[in-house]
Design a protein around this ligand. Structure first.
Ligand SMILES: [Zn+2]
Length: 308
């Protein structure tokens, strides 16, 4: 049990979610992109199970460039991307048909464009300058360029939908954002949060090489139960919380391909391992399709119409 870990493995930091002590969980490098050879240390909270990067680099922004945000080079690439993200708008439209939609961290805006085409009035908050330019000039979507999402929420009209697709794990302190976003939502509005699942079957097998560790860009891996507790504590009502939605299932196959490739630095071998990963994904699919075992989860919560 973690409670009996030797003192040497306890970390001199407390959990950002619940204040409990953190134990060393694993060490990793930037296996996904190899921006540096630095070692990153992740701790796990003995209370709520939150997994957090302990030594966040001062130059974290450096790990997002170059090439982290690939702007689509043609209309054809845009339409291809939209097909891959179609599941997102279908999911949102199960719970909200129209109104104002805010996406936080849209990259160049595939989902924003789908939402716009579906009839939503769309705004975005994005930290990458070039992506903001693309959103505004090419897609006609109002985008606030900011790395301070919490402060920027004051600048947007109160949304009916706030969407954060695989964004929250990148934030140094995600809890104030959830809190402020909840305040800004109109009563009856919905919040969509998708993020990696630290209880994933894949993570248990592959450990630090798991592509969703994505050191050091992923600062936190948030357990499903912690997400549920945090959103409920904000007064939100659960509509959906699952590892089995189309998006999360898609991350399973991606995860095997890219995690196995992380086992080597030899480019040719990476290619072979990616192919093996695709077969592995098929083999483990029956396990990973079980609720709770998938690589990612999507949470959709509603702000009650009558405040408590
Ligand atoms: Zn905790």
């Amino acid at each position: 049990m973690q409670a009996s870990l030797p003192e040497a493995e306890m970390l001199p930091v407390s959990c950002g979610a619940c204040g409990n002590r953190m134990a060393l969980f694993f060490r990793a490098r930037d296996y996904n992109r190899g921006v540096s050879q630095r070692e990153f240390c992740y701790g796990r909270c003995l209370g709520c199970g939150l997994i957090s990067l302990v030594n966040i680099p001062d130059d974290l922004e450096r790990y997002y460039s170059p090439g982290y945000y690939l702007l689509p080079a043609s209309e054809r690439v845009i339409e291809q991307s939209l097909r891959h993200e179609q599941y997102k708008i279908e999911l949102v439209r199960r719970f909200a048909k129209t109104g104002r939609l805010l996406e936080i961290g849209p990259s160049w805006g595939a989902f924003c464009l789908l939402a716009k085409r579906a009839g939503f009035s769309v705004e975005a908050i994005e930290m990458d300058r070039e992506c903001c330019g693309f959103l505004t000039s090419k897609l006609g979507i109002k985008a606030i360029h900011s790395a301070d999402e919490v402060a920027s929420l004051a600048e947007v009209s109160p949304p009916d939908v706030i969407a954060m697709w695989h964004v929250i794990e990148h934030l140094r302190d995600p809890w104030p954002l959830l809190e402020r976003a909840t305040e800004r939502l109109v009563p009856g509005g919905i919040m969509v949060v998708a993020t990696p699942n630290p209880a994933a079957f894949q993570f248990g097998i592959i450990g630090r090489f798991w592509t969703h560790v994505d050191a050091p860009r992923h600062v936190h891996l948030i357990p499903i139960e912690l997400m549920r507790a945090k959103l409920r504590a904000l007064g939100l009502e659960e509509l959906l919380l699952t590892t089995r939605d189309a998006g999360s299932l898609g991350w399973n196959a991606f995860g095997w391909a890219f995690s196995l490739a992380n086992l080597t630095e030899i480019r040719m071998l990476k290619r072979v391992l990616r192919l093996i990963g695709r077969v592995t994904a098929l083999l483990f699919s029956p396990i990973e399709r079980r609720e709770g075992a998938g690589s990612a989860y999507t949470a959709i919560f509603r702000k009650p119409v009558a405040s408590r």
